[in-house]
Design a protein around this ligand. Structure first.
Ligand code: LFR
Length: 478
């Protein structure tokens, strides 16, 4: 048996999990969980990265003896370092407003269809490329000598070594998904200095040893290696989808719903761009062909606005509300920014001529129906655009705890849903470390181990899928 610490940072909380892996066993326990609270300062919305690093150190102390450490987090965001390797300011949150209107500026130099054909990335205002163009002329960027994506920054603080892990690099919009290398032409035309980035690292590559000060602070005994994993949390989560064969779709649920397919090559057609599908890079030459859907963020923001009522009670109330009374387009970037979520959802229902949900139970139902509808659309569109049919939908991540959402997703897709594991990102993180140390085989071997060891729940589709088609027709253009 070997033990691996998986640091998994999400938009609302971070955790350090310990995975114990044997030839036919895989157990995951939580060593430490800590909140991730973005902070609004006069310049905008920022990540409290020192607080997160403190949480990582606390977690490693709680984890105890481990054979290696791996870090994954949300994508696209970064810290800038000066020539001495010191962090220049708090990393900007991807929900910060600084990228508003930036894409149009970029497209004036590289037209959107050309940018998509070269990078395969869906339009999202927060792609690192747009963030860097928004930061142009800022004194921080002018003084920066190095850019490290969030998991790479924390890895640097733990080990002193710098790198840019590929799966996360693929969310910058500066990587060519065909060559899996930097897109020098796009960077040059948009004035992005690729020398800011440290050399690319592959999942499984060694990323240094915990520094002496880190060992001292965590009470760990060295040497403890840090291993690059699929450092984009979605890459780790997809690696932990307990699928067999190729005919499956996945939905990684949490703050976001990331719904799509695992492919062996990117889909770079104009039709795919217009449908806003992204081609992010995964393990072993795979492509994560998916669409970002707003996800449980919609509910989290409502719950915050309602003063944090009990979630179980809300879901029970939601289950009593008639299905599909009103739906919103859960893929709409209009829901990206924080604040006033119940009102914004009500306004969207009013604008599309549907009944306006009022009570928390009604709004929760509207959100869950809307998410299931967006899952249906993404799974159907992806199959059509990639010419890749599926028989089953795997739901992983935090949303697996929400039985109503899983059942509605099965009903909407008209396909069985297999829900689990919940801590998919942490498990994918652990398994890539285990593989780097020779404990498990290829992606299929990792998935086989998950299927044999993790509790999974199956939901069969129920009801008439025509109801979902009708609901979709209410969302013109969505
Ligand atoms: C999920 C995720 C998504 C990415 C979004 C922003 O946690 O990593 O894959 O699009 O966060 O970084």
């Amino acid at each position: 048996m070997k033990s691996y610490a998986a640091v998994d940072l999400g938009a609302s909380s971070g955790r350090v999990m310990v995975g114990r892996v044997g030839p036919d066993s895989l157990e995951l326990t939580e060593a430490h969980r800590f909140p991730n609270r973005p902070v609004r300062v006069p310049e905008g919305l920022r990540w409290d990265v020192l607080g997160l690093y403190g949480g990582v150190l606390d977690g490693l102390r709680a984890a105890g003896r481990v054979d290696s450490v791996g870090i994954d987090s949300w994508a696209v965001d970064y810290g800038l370092l000066d020539g001495d390797g010191a962090l220049l300011g708090n990393p900007v949150h991807y929900r910060d407003a600084r990228t508003e209107g930036i894409a149009e500026k970029v497209w004036a130099s590289v037209p959107a269809p050309e940018l998509y054909a070269a990078t395969g990335l869906q339009y999202a205002p927060f792609n690192t490329l747009y963030q860097l163009v928004a930061a142009r002329g800022s004194s921080q960027l002018a003084h920066a000598e190095r850019l490290l994506l969030m998991p790479d920054l924390l890895t640097y603080w733990l080990t002193g070594e710098q790198g840019t892990e590929l799966t996360n690099a693929s969310t910058t919009q500066l990587i060519d998904p065909r060559t899996r290398e930097w897109s020098y032409d796009i960077a040059a035309r948009l004035g992005v200095d690729l020398d800011l980035f440290a050399p690319l690292r592959q999942p499984g590559d060694p990323a240094g040893l915990l520094r002496a000060e880190v060992l001292e602070e965590t009470g760990l005994e060295g040497p403890v290696p840090v291993t690059a994993v699929g450092s984009h949390d979605t890459a780790s989560a997809v690696a932990a989808v307990p699928a067999s064969g190729e005919r499956f779709a996945y939905i990684c649920t949490g703050t976001w719903s990331l719904a799509g397919l695992e492919l062996s090559a990117p889909v770079l057609t104009e039709e795919s761009r217009l449908a806003n599908f992204t081609n992010e890079l995964g393990l072993d030459g795979t492509v994560r062909y998916l669409r970002n859907i707003m996800g449980l963020w919609l509910l989290q923001e409502c719950v915050r606005a309602w003063g944090d009522p009990d979630l179980g009670g809300l879901l029970l109330d939601a289950a009593k509300v008639p299905a599909l009374r009103s739906v919103v387009d859960a893929g709409d970037a209009a829901f990206l920014a924080p604040g006033r979520m119940p009102e914004r959802i009500a306004e969207a229902c009013r604008a599309s001529g549907q009944p306006v949900p009022g009570s928390p139970g009604e709004i929760t139902r509207c959100i869950l129906d809307s998410l299931a509808l967006a899952h249906r659309k993404a799974v159907r569109d992806a199959q059509r655009l990639a010419g890749h049919p599926v028989d089953v939908v795997h739901v992983v991540g935090g949303g697996t705890r929400n039985a109503l959402l899983c059942q509605l997703t099965a009903d909407a897709c008209g396909l069985p849903v297999i829900a689990g594991p919940t801590e998919a990102a942490a498990l994918g993180n652990v398994l890539v470390q285990a593989r780097a140390h020779g404990l498990v085989g290829d992606l299929a071997g990792m998935r086989g181990l998950l299927t044999r060891t993790q509790p999974l729940t199956r939901y069969e589709p129920q009801g008439d899928t025509a109801r979902w088609r009708e609901a979709q027709s209410r969302l013109a253009g969505a």
